[in-house]
Design a binder for this molecule. Structure first.
Ligand code: MG
Length: 130
């Protein structure tokens, strides 16, 4: 068994879509970034890569590369998942903690858990978002 940790931080900006865990959440502000700013999927990507010592998100998808401008972060998770599988592992569970004042995540957590589970090929009961 191996365990990986991921961490990320993005700045809120007015007038851009807020995407967390592959789910668009109604909000006047979104998370800015070179890609779609999906902070949860970025941290998840790093956790998966870290678990199998396969580098980090910046190594695969450098922000200096214009190919990843506005990219859907699902691509990053898919690459990390491939690395986990290539190393001969399967995901048992994912736990995540979001730190933000607004918007409240509770009303959206089931949708996020379901989406993340779908991306990873596991069940929502194996994904925690709090
Ligand atoms: Mg990021």
């Amino acid at each position: 068994m191996r365990i990986g940790y991921g961490w990320d931080s993005h700045e809120f900006k007015d007038g851009i879509p807020l995407k967390i865990g592959g789910v668009q959440i109604p909000c006047e502000k979104g998370l800015s970034g070179h890609s779609d700013g999906d902070v949860l999927l970025h941290a998840l990507t790093d956790a998966l890569l870290g678990a199998v010592a396969a580098g980090d998100i910046g190594g695969y998808f450098p922000p200096s590369d214009p190919r990843w401008k506005g990219a859907d972060s699902i691509i990053f998770v898919q690459e990390a998942l491939q690395q986990v599988r290539r190393a001969g592992y399967a995901i048992a569970n994912v736990d995540s903690t979001l730190i933000l004042e607004e918007p409240k995540i509770g009303p959206h957590s089931l949708r996020i858990r379901s989406r993340v589970a779908e991306l990873l090929g596991i069940q929502p009961g194996q994904v925690s978002v709090k």
